[in-house]
Design a protein around this ligand. Sequence first.
Ligand code: IPE
Ligand code: IPE
Ligand code: MG
Length: 242
Amino acid sequence: MATETSAAPRTASHVAIIMDGNGRWATKRGWPRLVGHRKGAERVKEIVHLAPDMGIRWMTLYAFSTENWKRSTEEVLGLMSIFARYIQREADSMAAQGVRMRFIGDRSRLAPRLQRLMSGIEAKTAHLTRLNLTVAINYGGRDEILRAARALAIEVAEGRFDPAALTEAALSQRLDTQDIPDPDLVIRTSGETRTSNFLPWQAAYAEYEFTETLWPDFSPAELEGILRRFSNRERRFGGVKA
Ligand code: IPE
Ligand code: IPE
Ligand code: MG
């Protein structure tokens, strides 16, 4: 597979997106919120299809947070069925497009059938490299760090880990994202300027872009514009201008 292209000075290799605004998109039209979620899933398909041609090798999408269980049963069940249908319907097309699909978040609370679909598509696409797509379902950054801390505490208690060896890398290796590089750029749609518990550890040095566009209206052209702005930003990582 092709490696990083050198056409742009700095491409955002890993783009993470907080896909927000589906509910408002539907409500504005007098439609049920789930219509917005369905439209949002269509958007995901389109963006995933075009991302590799924009130089994106890694894409992480926030689909359902640990806080989203607070929504109505109808909305939660509707979202879960959209996820299941997406995985079933898109499996072949993703494989054909060279998309490796992974999930982060606590799966234990998801329906066994959905968990099986998730593991199935992960296995089916594990050898693919054109685009690494990660979908965050029942994901919360604090929950992820808590689970990693708990795992470490158990290792220490069982004498399998020396606390003196605890480094950032050691903790990173116990996060759901252990095989995934940190995001370069985090985009949030819908005008909210908060991170809502998305990748707090991994995005410590990411650039952020906020757009008023509601997720179902987010177009490939807008993504291209954001990527262009990113390539002109100077990332210093705590250092000084070169
Ligand atoms: C984002 O859209 C999708 C999920 C959180 C599942 P919302 O459902 O949050 O849409 P708004 O923010 O209410 O418009
Ligand atoms: C963040 O959106 C979660 C996802 C996009 C999946 P929310 O709509 O849940 O976030 P808040 O409630 O506005 O912070
Ligand atoms: Mg929202």
